[in-house]
Design a binder for this molecule. Structure first.
Ligand code: SAM
Ligand code: SF4
Length: 312
């Protein structure tokens, strides 16, 4: 059975959270003193394998490992090595990049070639004011190393008015210098970001308008269920936008999310997930059908649930 809903959307991508813990405290994502899950409630490496192995038979083709920060999970290597035995068509990673230098060999061994690295500022002070940590130089060095080793890198920037929007052009130059793709994410009304939204939201179209004052931007095709749309500049640099607020992509969304404690979420903008642990595959089958029915065709305006708890 394939996971196809009433609107003919097929679920073929799964975001898998390894932990809700993190070594940064991005203001829009988590508070300074978060209430984390009990570590004992995290899915074990074998539970990840069982769940993902089953979902592959339902047509899941892409697994993106995320969190929290996936690289702070002590069993990261074990989980990745076990998952890499499952012949997942595409296994990729989203990370803040701080610990990447410890994992090059594991990532290569597991055939992870695509890595999205979040980086909201190139300025040490602004970086620290967003993340409450001074990790910028480590991240920049790891991005340099990742590119040198041939990983396919996308830099994800959550652009916020009055905070880092003055770096729009700097990010283009940075991406050009490193030959990486840069993507600007609209601030989404999720959890702690709700407090920032009114003052700091900036739309993708406003960024595009600004960029067009300096560059010719040629729209390029992306796959139909991509969350991002892309342009190529004359210099060859690729610039993407994830405009979840101003141009939601619900009608082509193909994603579910698995939280670190084993709950499946049909949509980022749903408050509650359904636990799929310690139950028979027959019961899980019914839950999958239930989740297909829970996926909205139009996202809700905002959710209170914090982003780090579900896996971004
Ligand atoms: N820690 C990893 C990282 O930062 O890449 C993975 C998890 S993080 C939740 C995944 C992505 O979600 C990051 O690119 C982060 O910037 C983005 N994100 C978190 N909260 C967001 C929000 N309210 N609006 C837009 N993007 C958000
Ligand atoms: Fe951590 Fe990623 Fe959330 Fe930032 S966005 S606090 S790096 S989980």
């Amino acid at each position: 059975m394939k996971l196809v809903d009433h609107w003919q959307r097929q679920i073929r991508k799964l975001r898998v959270s390894l932990t809700d813990r993190c070594n940064l405290r991005c203001r829009y994502c988590m508070p300074l003193h978060p209430n984390f899950m009990d570590k004992h409630s995290y899915l074990t490496p074998d539970e990840y394998v069982d769940i993902i192995q089953e979902l592959l038979t339902y047509g899941i083709e892409e697994i993106r490992i995320t969190g929290g920060e996936p690289l702070v999970r002590p069993e990261f290597s074990e989980i990745m090595l076990k998952l890499s035995m499952l012949s997942i068509p595409q296994l990729s990673l989203t990370t803040n990049g701080i610990l990447l230098h410890q994992y090059w060999e594991i990532l290569k061994k597991c055939n992870v070639t695509k890595i999205n690295i979040s980086l909201d500022s190139l300025q040490p002070k602004t970086f620290a004011s967003i993340t409450y940590r001074n990790s910028l130089s480590r991240i920049l060095e790891n991005i340099r190393q990742a590119v040198a080793q041939g990983f396919d890198i996308k830099i994800n920037v959550v652009l916020m008015r009055g905070i880092n929007d003055c770096e729009l052009f700097d990010f283009i130059e940075y991406a050009q210098k490193l030959s990486v793709t840069v993507r600007f994410l609209e601030l989404m009304q999720i959890g702690y970001a709700n407090e920032l939204y009114d003052h700091h939201f900036i739309s993708a179209q406003e960024c595009i308008n600004q960029l067009q004052t300096r560059y010719r931007m040629n729209r390029i095709n992306s796959v139909s269920d991509s969350t991002a749309f892309y342009f190529e500049l004359d210099s060859g640099v690729k610039v993407g936008f994830i405009a979840s607020e101003s141009q939601p992509f619900c009608n082509s969304c193909s994603r579910w999310r698995l939280s670190a404690d084993g709950r499946l979420f049909a949509c980022l903008f749903i408050e509650k997930g359904i636990s799929i642990r310690n139950i028979s595959s027959e019961t899980r089958h019914h839950i999958y059908e239930q989740l297909l029915g829970m996926k909205p065709i139009q996202r809700s305006a905002h959710v209170l649930r914090a982003m780090y708890g579900i896996g971004g």
